[in-house]
Design a protein around this ligand. Structure first.
Ligand SMILES: Nc1ncnc2c1ncn2[C@@H]1O[C@H](COP(=O)(O)OP(=O)(O)OP(=O)(O)O)[C@@H](O)[C@H]1O
Length: 329
């Protein structure tokens, strides 16, 4: 096996439900990506974008209708026995018997897992040690998610598939799960994550891909994906001053500006240059830019533009574009 550094290789992947032609539906339409060893790769997209349909193919739960998947150098569907013991899967719904206690559930799972962690260790990892005697049906939604994660980690997997792992978790439990995932990745575990929480992807992912209508429409490191979108500077125009009094906006690197009731928003791909020019202008005139707020685009902004289909980097928001009129001082 020679897979170099890549652990998951996906090439031209397709998945169709139902027959070909109008009666069927192609949920995955030629998806390609690679996940390297020890990397955390996040798959994002709106509901129905095709994430679960893709991940199920990587997990070997279904056969692709086109293209190819390799996990640890093997076809996860036809070579399931070679792949399965080295992979941990946390599905959206665990579906284990709920009359068993937490410890019994982990013990039962451990019986089917080669080289399983001790039950106490698995429960400690997800901070469920104090719930070990509780029946699964009595757990909260967030505790069940953590139990799902404990089961996925039981066999010390080389590759971990996490399908919306923190849904239903309170903020503290979510951050604890993030810390655990970071630790696992630091130990060399390769992680493929699907999530609807963009701050989760931003916090954890080395690289990510955004899916829309069965295709990957943007991919790269979070900074690369976000970097295509402009930073924003917001402030309130000082009383008696107007946008036209500012230095020529194009010279400050502003690509777009909006004005609503004296509140100004500037968009720029050169945040430092634009902000410096603006602050120098304010200092020279001795005025205060009330409510000044400058920030790079967030993954959420990039996601909404990409997944929603706007795609362009300076897509208009429909707000009124300032006229730039004003009087000199
Ligand atoms: N068994 C099925 N038969 C027919 N269509 C299906 C089936 N499963 C999923 N689909 C369709 O495939 C598309 C992709 O679904 P999928 O569950 O992969 O999306 P997703 O990105 O995981 O969405 P979510 O974020 O809601 O989990 C959707 O339009 C869905 O209705």
């Amino acid at each position: 096996m020679d897979i170099g550094d890549s652990v998951i290789d996906v090439t031209g992947l397709r998945r169709r439900y139902g027959p070909s032609g109008d009666k069927g539906f192609e949920a995955v339409r030629g998806v390609s990506f690679t996940v390297r060893r020890g990397e955390l790769f996040a798959l994002l997209g709106t509901n129905g974008a095709g994430k679960t349909s893709t991940v199920e193919l990587l997990e070997g739960l279904a056969r692709p209708t086109g293209g190819q998947v390799r996990v640890l150098g093997h076809d996860p569907y036809t070579e399931r026995r070679a792949v399965r013991p080295r992979v941990g899967v946390m599905l959206q719904e665990g579906g284990f018997p709920s009359d068993l206690t937490v410890a019994e559930t982990v013990r039962m799972w451990a019986g089917c897992t080669t080289g399983a962690r001790p039950v106490a260790e698995a429960l400690a990892l997800v901070e469920l040690s104090d719930r070990s005697g509780v029946r699964v049906k009595q757990l909260s939604g967030g505790e069940r998610r953590r139990l799902d994660l404990a089961l996925a980690l039981l066999g010390r997997p080389e590759v971990l598939f996490l399908d919306e792992p923190t849904t239903g978790l309170d903020p503290e439990a979510r951050h604890n799960t993030w810390d655990l995932v970071r630790r696992l990745r630091a130990e060399g575990t390769t992680v493929l994550l699907t999530t609807h929480y963009l701050e989760e992807a931003e916090a954890l992912a080395d690289r990510l891909a955004i899916m829309r209508d069965g295709e990957i429409v943007s991919a790269g490191a979070p900074g690369e994906v976000i970097g295509a979108y402009p930073a924003r500077i917001r402030f309130v125009m000082p009383v008696g001053w107007f946008v036209g009094d500012l230095p020529p906006l194009a010279e400050l690197g502003v690509t777009r500006h909006e004005e609503t009731d004296g509140r100004i928003e500037l968009q720029t791909h050169e945040l430092q240059r634009t902000l410096t020019g603006l602050l120098l202008w304010a200092r020279e005139r001795g005025v205060e830019l009330e409510g000044l707020d400058a920030r790079t685009a967030s993954l959420e902004e990039a996601f909404l533009a990409i997944a929603g289909g706007r795609g362009g980097t300076d897509a208009g928001s429909g707000a009124r574009v300032g006229s730039g009129t004003g009087r000199g001082k």
